[in-house]
Design a protein around this ligand. Structure first.
Ligand SMILES: *Cc1c(COP(=O)(O)O)cnc(C)c1O
Length: 337
């Protein structure tokens, strides 16, 4: 039995999701005529108390559209040095927006208002204009760490005071919300734009949503077009999103419980020196005396897939298709190491 823990993107649609997809009413979304896409966009905007939303093929696209909306040449994004927008989007900040980036350090991938305050450039001919602050929740490189509302409120206040836009890469925001019990609309009140992935823990085959003001999302439609992301009968995909929001949010807690158990199993291995605190569905283990390549090879021989996440780090992500039976099986196999 192959156990794939490389990412929460490896899931297949559930039978209920497939049924929702194949029975969805569809139309041409580039003409704005796909009723299911429109319904998804309205549903998510309403959930977050934001004015509008746009459905896109990927979270890279929703983040990059947001960066394009809020920055441009000689303007700068402030974010954590391990942010997805910086590390894993192909240099898009530069390639798509001609913008600069200022990288901050911070515990478990998180930054604070005082760090942001110190990173804002002076109004000076030598400096780029600080235009955007971007956070990630949950924070992938921080081991799925969570920002709470209390942590982001002072950053929001600072951005508002300085006229700086505030974006959230919420690829896994619902993983955070099921733990904190904070409400989507409370988060919507603090950001100019929020990106949400449907294709991660929520279990959809494709799709992300960008939320923002009516004016920003109107501009986002033009940017999506030039990025090549205008899709036609996308209602088949949007239907999966609607289904996931109705039926597959609360179950994220199960992924978190299994991730905690997996973290405990890994911590028992003599070759594991540290497991990052497991807050959601991501488990990062630090190795001692063995390279990630060698460890991952041993795991692969036992039909367990993982990814290298640094010179001495390996990442495992739990998801919809990783059930208790698999967790038990992982325990048995790790015991043979
Ligand atoms: C997966 C992910 C994205 C978007 O990735 P796509 O594969 O382009 O959908 C953005 N941010 C974070 C933190 C992610 O984990």
């Amino acid at each position: 039995m192959l156990i794939d823990l490389r990412s929460d993107t490896v899931t297949r649609p559930t039978p209920g999701m497939k049924e929702a997809m194949f029975s969805a009413p569809i139309g041409d979304d580039v003409f704005g005529e796909d009723p299911t896409v429109n319904a998804l966009e309205e549903k998510v905007a309403k959930l977050f108390g934001m004015e509008a939303a746009i459905f896109c093929p990927s979270g890279t696209m929703t983040n990059q559209i947001a960066i394009r909306l809020h920055t441009g040449p000689q303007r700068e994004v402030v974010c954590h040095q391990h942010s997805h927008i910086y590390l894993y989007e192909g240099g898009g900040i530069m390639a798509n927006s001609l913008a600069s980036v200022k990288l901050l350090d911070g515990n478990l991938g998180k930054i604070t208002a005082s760090q942001v305050a110190a990173a804002i450039n002076p109004d000076d001919v030598h400096a780029t204009e600080t235009a955007l602050v971007s956070l990630e929740n949950t924070m992938n490189k921080g081991g799925g760490s969570i920002y709470t509302l209390d942590e982001i409120k002072p950053i929001h206040a600072l951005c508002r005071e300085k006229g700086i836009k505030f974006h959230l890469d919420g690829a896994r925001l619902f993983n955070a919300l099921v733990e904190t019990r904070e409400k989507p609309f409370e988060w919507g009140a603090h950001f100019d734009t929020i990106s949400i992935c449907l294709s991660k823990g929520l279990g959809c085959p494709v799709g992300s949503i960008l939320l923002g003001s009516k004016a920003d999302i109107k501009r986002a439609r033009k940017v999506r077009k030039v990025f090549g992301g205008g899709m036609r009968q996308a209602g088949f995909l949007a239907a999966a999103g609607i289904y996931a929001l109705d039926y597959q949010v609360e179950r994220l807690k199960e992924d978190h419980a299994r991730a905690k158990a997996l973290g405990q199993m890994l911590a028992l291995l003599p070759i594991v020196s540290e497991v990052f605190p497991v807050a959601t569905n991501i488990v990062i283990a630090r190795l001692d005396g063995v390279t990630p390549e060698d460890f991952m090879k041993k795991l692969a021989e036992m039909d367990i897939k993982s990814v290298k996440f640094g010179p001495d780090l390996v990442r495992f992500v739990t998801h919809l298709d990783f059930i208790d039976e698999h967790l038990e099986e992982v325990g048995k196999r790790l015991g043979q190491l």
